[in-house]
Design a protein around this ligand. Structure first.
Ligand code: SF4
Ligand code: SF4
Length: 449
């Protein structure tokens, strides 16, 4: 993967995108408009994990705790549906403390706040005592290191009012899973007794809003049957006073995902997402597809890419958000350490960490040279570089590609104005993309879109 500049051409514009300089320029006649990206940078953080020193340059400032496997919902698309057969043990305070010490030491070195998160294949707010104890433990560690601590939680919102109020008082930020209208939400997100959950989630959301949680993010999972209501859902959230929404198409199959019945048609998703985002932007509302984020330089969702140390209920340190346990070594390939009871320490397998880090930065052949590679989750988790077979396979990444292209085009001030799914397909297919290496302007190649 060398440094390239991209020329993006349509009847209405001619754009030059230079990822290494962090600029997008529109060139029309004599006019040149150059816009700087917010976080200009280039190249994956390959050097972040050094094998030379045991501590290396792996500097997690965030500790994510997967406390246990308890959940009160049975969402039909849940990626962690195997949690039902999991041991119901909680993570131990000793393991939390060891992980907190590790993260705090790095926060102190880098001068960053200690960020604490709760989520992962469970519903954290069902275990209020465990969460309170973990927060208290981490706060003590953070105080000892003279660090600010910020705590975050992801919840399904199906909790009683008192718990919702406690969460609102406790967390700096909360991500609430809520799929939109009552019919859409209740179709997929039902409780253990198959009862609908929309009304309870709505009540919890109202508590969060009224009690002014500093950051509330609504997280919408989009399925085949809800994709055409995406714009309505965004309007609905806006009416209720929420202005920060993240959407993601349901993870298709593999590793505990749903069957193909609920998977979203890619063009449907792009069309509805862009329509909703245009509406949201006009109202100062933030609508994000985390698979392709223009304002961030990012890659796959691996914890190693996010300075995030994530510990599972059974005390393993996991590199993958989908690998929430390792009871029978079934997820061993994602684990690079564990809490050791006998020494009361967090033991990191540095050699494995180095290998994992190298692996998760491997590029799929079809991503090589792609204009979107610096802002793309690269079809994670469907395609995982820890699987040779998956990494080498071809895959359909229309959602990532087209939203990435829309981000570049809209950075110049153009609006991608489309009214139907068919218009959406015609529009993106008619954009012509070519690139040249920065050090050799003669090797121009065309990119399929
Ligand atoms: S790339 Fe693989 S290891 Fe990384 S988050 Fe995705 S599925 Fe997990
Ligand atoms: S848009 Fe597709 S080809 Fe490009 S980086 Fe993303 S997954 Fe790879």
């Amino acid at each position: 993967m060398g440094e390239r500049t991209y020329q993006i051409e349509h009847d209405d514009f001619l754009i030059t995108y230079d990822p290494s300089a962090g600029t997008v320029s529109e060139m029309k006649g004599a006019t040149v408009v150059a816009l700087e990206r917010k976080n200009p940078c280039y190249g994956p953080r390959k050097a972040d994990i050094s094998h030379a020193s045991p501590m290396g340059t792996f500097r997690p400032n965030c500790l994510t705790i997967y406390g246990n496997h308890q959940c009160n919902l049975r969402c039909d698309y849940c990626y962690a549906s195997d949690k039902r057969s999991m041991p119901q043990k909680d993570i131990t305070t000793a393991a939390v403390q060891a992980a907190a010490e590790f993260v705090a030491a790095h926060c102190r070195k880098t001068g960053r706040p200690f960020v604490l998160g709760f989520h992962g294949g469970n519903e954290p707010l069902l275990s209020r005592g465990l969460v309170e104890d973990s927060i208290a433990c981490c706060k003590t560690v953070a105080d000892e290191h003279e660090l600010q601590m910020l705590s975050f939680c992801t919840t399904n919102g199906v909790v009683d009012r008192a718990t919702a109020e406690w969460a609102a008082r406790t967390f700096h930020g909360i991500t609430l899973s809520w799929d939109g209208s009552q019919a859409t939400h209740d179709k997929h997100r039902r409780d253990l007794n198959n009862r609908p959950t929309f009304e309870t989630v709505k009540r919890t959301a109202e508590v969060f809003r009224k009690m002014n949680v500093p950051q509330v993010t609504i997280r919408v999972t989009v399925t085949r049957d809800s994709v055409n209501q995406l714009c309505e859902s965004i309007r609905y959230f806006r009416e209720l006073g929420f202005d920060n929404v993240q959407v993601y198409p349901v993870f298709p199959n593999g590793r505990g995902g749903p069957d193909k019945e609920v998977a979203v048609d890619q063009a449907d998703f792009v069309f509805n997402f862009l329509k909703a985002r245009t509406w949201a932007r006009g109202r100062n509302m933030k609508l994000l597809f985390s698979g392709t984020r223009w304002d961030d330089y990012h890659d796959r969702f691996c914890m190693l890419n996010q300075d995030n140390l994530t510990i599972t209920p059974d005390g393993f340190i996991t590199a993958c958000f989908l690998a929430t346990h390792n009871y029978e070594e079934e997820n061993d390939r994602y684990m690079y350490g564990r809490y050791d009871e006998s020494s009361n320490e967090l033991c990191i397998d540095w050699e494995k960490l180095r290998r994992l880090s190298e692996s998760v930065h491997r590029t799929n052949p079809q991503c090589d040279n792609c204009y979107n590679q610096f802002h793309c989750a690269k079809n994670c988790p469907s395609i995982c570089p820890l699987s040779e077979l998956e990494l080498e396979s071809e895959f359909d990444c229309t959602i990532f590609k087209w939203i990435g292209l829309a981000n570049i085009i809209e950075a110049t001030g153009h609006v991608v104005d489309i009214n139907t799914r068919e218009e959406c397909m015609d529009y993106f297919k008619s954009v012509r993309i070519t690139s040249v290496p920065k050090n050799n302007g003669n090797e121009r190649i065309s990119h399929n879109n």
